[in-house]
Design a protein around this ligand. Structure first.
Ligand SMILES: Nc1ncnc2c1ncn2[C@@H]1O[C@H](COP(=O)(O)OP(=O)(O)OP(=O)(O)O)[C@@H](O)[C@H]1O
Length: 400
């Protein structure tokens, strides 16, 4: 399912993995991974704990060697090249700065490793401090700086060696939310200014979506999905990926093909969906996933009026008396409404006790109070439809 080519034709490839496998005893940490990263691209590797992200990074950096497969940097196979001779550098979560050296000397250290000496070294270190906006802090010691500033020093030091690929391993993991947001903006700016290839490991979805040109979603050592963030979110390749990169309401049922799309028979009634993602045998179990922002709620009274209007319009149009079929509607009762940032998160429950989460823009109020009956609706095109045969696809509980 994973499309690992991804790099546009005519673009030079900075990093290329081909069938890379790494085992630790019985654990296959990285399992036959192939991936091309274009020069200048910002790729984020995202996945749950233990999915092999750090191992993949360490293989590229040269801290681990693969059992099989090849790793190319700038077109050259580097499997046998030691870490310090590879054109890569790594920024870690713990900044690993030299505490006894000043900020400028920490950065200059990276230059000394490249054999740059004397005034040139100092001038270049100053330029790098300008780049990370720490010009005024050259003589400070690391402990005098905030966490975010220390991470910028680490970034400047890593960039001093002018790596072809910069590896960033959860670099913002130790920072609080506000600092992380600020640093994300800084990282984007620095990436744009330098045009260096960035490969960024994180298990923070927001960070990956906010920063990357492309996402690599890892699951159990393999690439589950590769793509631009919007495409991964809107059309995840599997139910697992859909649940991993965002929230989704799940309804399971039986799949029936219906023209270009599908009908799903469920305990809640029959629903219409578009074509499945992947294949499903007719008559087999299917999982429908609908993102909370793609569900809408309206009061029952409004719906009755709307139906009446539609019925009148239909009568007028075709002269036949019939109640227009409202696709994908479920009767629910509002249980709870909670403001989340600029949106309203509503929990609604069916008479049988199935709970749905709906995200509505605010201040577009629902006009509903807790305990009100309502109609929950969704478009056919909003349904992400998958075969329900992967035990790993069980939807995760909604995240807060
Ligand atoms: N040095 C090691 N020795 C033994 N097993 C290891 C070693 N390094 C990693 N593993 C195992 O390999 C698998 C992948 O680990 P890895 O650290 O790459 O995952 P990760 O996605 O980076 O996880 P996290 O988000 O928790 O850092 C895990 O099962 C882990 O226990």
């Amino acid at each position: 399912m994973a499309d690992t080519s991804g790099v546009k034709a005519g673009t030079s490839v900075a990093l290329s993995l081909d069938g890379v496998t790494k085992r630790f005893g019985d654990t296959v940490a990285v399992d036959d991974v192939s991936l091309d990263v274009a020069a200048g691209e910002f790729v984020a590797i995202l996945g749950p704990s233990g999915s092999g992200k750090t191992t993949l990074m360490r293989l590229v950096a040269g801290f681990e060697s693969p059992e099989s497969g090849s790793i190319r940097l700038g077109g050259r196979i580097v499997n046998a090249v030691p870490a310090d001779k590879r054109p890569v550098n790594t920024v870690f979560q713990n900044y690993a700065l030299f505490p006894h050296l000043s900020v400028v000397d920490n950065v200059a250290y990276g230059l000394r490793m490249r054999g740059i000496r004397g005034p040139r070294r100092r001038a270049r270190a100053r330029e790098l401090l300008d780049l990370v906006r720490l010009t005024a802090f050259g003589t400070a010691k690391p402990h005098e700086l905030s966490g975010g500033m220390q991470q910028r020093v680490a970034l400047a030091r890593a960039l001093a060696r002018e790596p072809e690929v910069l590896l960033l391993d959860e670099p913002l993991g130790a920072l609080d939310r506000k600092l992380r947001d600020d640093m994300q903006a800084e990282l984007r700016r620095i990436h744009t200014e330098l045009g260096t290839t960035f490969v960024y490991v994180t298990h923070d979805q927001d960070e990956a979506f906010g920063l990357a040109d492309r996402l690599v979603i890892m699951r159990a050592g393999r690439i589950e999905q590769l793509g631009e963030p919007g495409a991964v979110y809107d059309r995840p390749g599997s139910a697992w990926a859909a649940n991993f990169v965002g929230d989704a309401n799940a309804i399971t049922g039986t799949y029936r093909p219906d023209g270009d799309g599908a009908r799903i028979e469920t305990d809640l009634g029959e629903f219409l969906a578009g074509a499945p993602i992947g294949s499903i045998e007719p008559g087999h179990a299917a999982t429908m996933l609908i993102r909370p922002e793609n569900l809408s709620l309206s009061p029952v009274a409004d719906q009755t009026r709307a139906d009446q209007t539609r019925a009148d319009q239909t009568r007028a149009a075709d002269g036949v008396r019939h109640r227009p079929e409202r696709a994908n509607a479920i009767s629910v009762r509002i249980r709870d409404q909670l403001a989340v940032g600029s949106r309203l998160k509503v929990t609604a429950v069916t008479p049988g006790g199935k709970s749905f989460e709906i995200l509505q823009p605010r201040p577009g109020r629902t006009g509903l109070s807790d305990g009100d009956d309502a109609i929950l609706e969704f478009e056919r095109s909003a349904v992400l439809l998958y075969a329900a045969d992967d035990p790993g696809d069980a939807p995760a509980p909604m995240k807060g």
